[in-house]
Design a protein around this ligand. Sequence first.
Ligand SMILES: [Zn+2]
Length: 194
Amino acid sequence: MKRKIFVFIGAPASGKGTRIMECKECESISTSSLLRKKGYDLSKGTLINDEDVCNLVIERIMESKSEKIILDGFPRTENQFWALRKKEIRIDKVFYIKAPKTILLERAKNRLTCIKCQASFTKTSFKKPKNYGICDLCGGKLVERPDDSKEIFMKRLDVFFMQTKPIIKLFEKYLVPIIEIDATLPPKEILKYI
Ligand SMILES: [Zn+2]
């Protein structure tokens, strides 16, 4: 079996999660959901040991029997990048979902997030939930995330760009194809490349 592993990189509110959900034949391995399952509270912004993150994600990749895997939120640090290489885990493609800051800010302002499954919806007609305040996928409550407020969101964007640039450079250096996806295109467009 020839397994394919894709890395998805996208700023907060870029629509990364929505695109990952479109890729139904891929197994998605999300750093944040693995950490949540282990009992980490991510809402407090606590620093999590990078070594723990690497072990958790790599263990999950090794266990997986899927032919196609999406890594969501990994590698986020250079250390995580090297951890993949050390284990000889080959990445087939990197998808970089790109959007101008102004669009990201606008989206964050209109975003509603499910407290149970983290799916996101909008207050505007695009991706509005079927029932007011309730998640279409799991019935969980939809809330405005406190970290989507303008000031905190701007900081999250800065952190994202600061962390991402060196990782993209590393992938480039090791000749992993990087596919830039325009975040304003419909999410289904991603399927052309998977
Ligand atoms: Zn939900």
